[in-house]
Design a protein around this ligand. Sequence first.
Ligand code: TMP
Length: 254
Amino acid sequence: MARRRQLYEGKAKILFEGPEPGTLVQYFKDDATAFNAQKKGTITGKGVLNNRISEFLMTKLAEINIPTHFIRRLNMREQLIKEVEIIPIEVVVRNIAAGSIAQRLGIPEGTRLPRSIVEYYYKNDALGDPMVAEEHITAFGWATPPDMDDIVHLTLRINDFLTGLFLGVGITLVDFKLEFGRLYENEEMRIVLADEISPDNCRLWDAKTNEKMDKDRFRRDLGKIEEAYQEVARRLGILPEAGSRDMKGPETMQ
Ligand code: TMP
């Protein structure tokens, strides 16, 4: 097969031209960055695990009628996705205080928030992804008010669903980041979930011990990074057993 044309290289993924019009191939790298790429490293096997974890979560979300860009996984590091126009906003949902909200508002990490809080950040590396309000998003035309209605509605449904899914395997969903895109199909535009959902862009804590099972292990030099990503995949039942190509179902925890 001819080498595919690379369209975009991000910090953790590469996008290639897809096999049919309107499709792309999303390749997951082992590269990890933090603090707007001031810290760089490699997490061996991360790309393979994130490809599987994101496939699993997007498939589960599609089953509850959340529209996503995901079509199917192609191989260990690649998935076929629908080409969308990415909305330049990072949507962060927080259930428990951690990271930047803990710092900014002086809330001890681990404090349950009075309700889930949705925040927006403008995707712009040169500016360090500044936090913005819906006012900025609609005034500057990054998204329209109806787009934002869809985004908030989808985000809250995704949070409810993923909170339950992770709790079922003994993991607390502390916070996570989503990206959305515009999908143009049959002369209609729909907002769909894009990018990835993985331990790179979620905070996942062991429900019993609060041990961190996500990219904070890399950000904060906590060690056992690969092990944490593997454990998330194992609990979701998506690590192939040694010597077997069969996938197990999710493991239920008390
Ligand atoms: P924060 O506490 O650093 O603002 O991060 C909130 C959540 O968003 C956390 O789960 C990590 C994720 N995140 C990203 O996916 N990309 C980013 O660039 C940042 C800053 C956070």
